[in-house]
Design a protein around this ligand. Structure first.
Ligand code: ZN
Length: 298
């Protein structure tokens, strides 16, 4: 009797990293000029319902992922965070309140990640070993960031977008896992880029996944898996599956276009992506990639 090939049979060693950046609709970098941090507690909370929907989507596909969570959110939604962990997903840190790393100095960055980790571990009841910088804001301006992460005992970071972009990016960074500190095991797993006509394209999720046709993401992940022979790293946000979220007045038009396009098409698109490729937690991927970097250096 013939069996359809499973995802694992097609890509035996390539489990890609699936991640969710847990923040609410009012905490995104593109709106930080128009929504003050001080007003967050007065705004309608959508993160609980959206994360619950994501958990259902993941359970349906029997896939595990990493939830990079803001400390601010963990402090207010302890039960939700514990529930995510109980479902077998990884809980990691997305910093305290979405301050981008290059707007901080080493001391205030250290404070930010310490405070976030305490709140997240308190809520989740498990240790945090991974970090993702808000808006992929580790770049050439923050040479101290990895030292601080290493000092605080993190095993990995997924905080670099090795691409040029108007809001973020460190265009000269390696496309795949690297050890930023020669004396420490900390590994950085950049978000996925694809190459086209000699240029790097952001292809790891967020607005690109939502706005562009699904075929673009499929092409990009296949290129990374098959041509480069490396795992892809994909991310999205809870508010991206939420067409009912409040609309932000006064935000720049470009930000609004990017934020509100195709929110209702996101869930079916995610379902397709999750079924088409093999996915897993970032901590497991980081562990495999760290071994690879080690063996390539030997
Ligand atoms: Zn974020």
């Amino acid at each position: 009797m013939a069996h359809a090939p499973t995802k694992q049979a097609v890509l035996p060693h390539l489990v890609n990293g699936l991640s969710v950046d847990v923040e609410d609709w009012f905490q995104v970098g593109a709106f930080e000029e128009v929504i003050e941090r001080g007003s967050w507690d007065s705004l309608v909370d959508r993160v609980e319902r959206n994360v619950t929907a994501i958990l259902e989507l993941f359970a349906e596909a029997d896939v595990k992922a990493t939830f990079f969570t803001l400390g601010w959110v963990a402090q207010r939604h302890a039960q939700l965070i514990r529930h995510i962990a109980e479902q077998g997903h990884e809980i990691a840190s997305h910093g305290w309140d979405h301050a981008r790393v290059h707007t901080l100095d080493r001391a205030s960055f250290g404070e930010d990640i310490r405070k976030a980790r305490l709140a997240i571990e308190d809520a989740a009841g498990v240790a945090v070993t991974g970090y993702r910088a808000p808006s992929f804001s580790i770049d050439h301006r923050t040479p101290w960031a990895y030292m601080e992460l290493a000092e605080q005992g993190y095993a990995y970071s997924s905080s670099v977008a090795p691409v040029a972009h108007d809001h973020y990016g460190w265009r000269d960074a390696p496309r795949f896992a690297f050890k930023p500190l020669p004396w420490h095991d900390l590994v950085e797993i950049p978000v996925t880029t694809a190459e086209f006509a000699g240029k790097r394209l952001a292809a790891g999720g967020g607005g690109f996944f939502r706005v562009l046709p699904y075929a673009f993401s499929r092409w990009a992940i296949r290129q990374v898996n098959r041509r480069d022979g490396r795992p892809a790293v994909f991310y999205f946000h809870p508010w991206e599956i939420d067409p009912g979220q409040p609309r932000v007045a006064g935000a720049p038009l470009k930000s609004k276009l990017r934020h509100y396009t195709n929110l209702d098409g996101m869930a079916p698109k995610l379902r397709q992506l999750i079924h088409e490729f093999a996915w897993g937690r970032m901590d497991l991927l980081a562990h495999r990639e760290a071994q690879r970097v080690e063996s390539e250096a030997a």
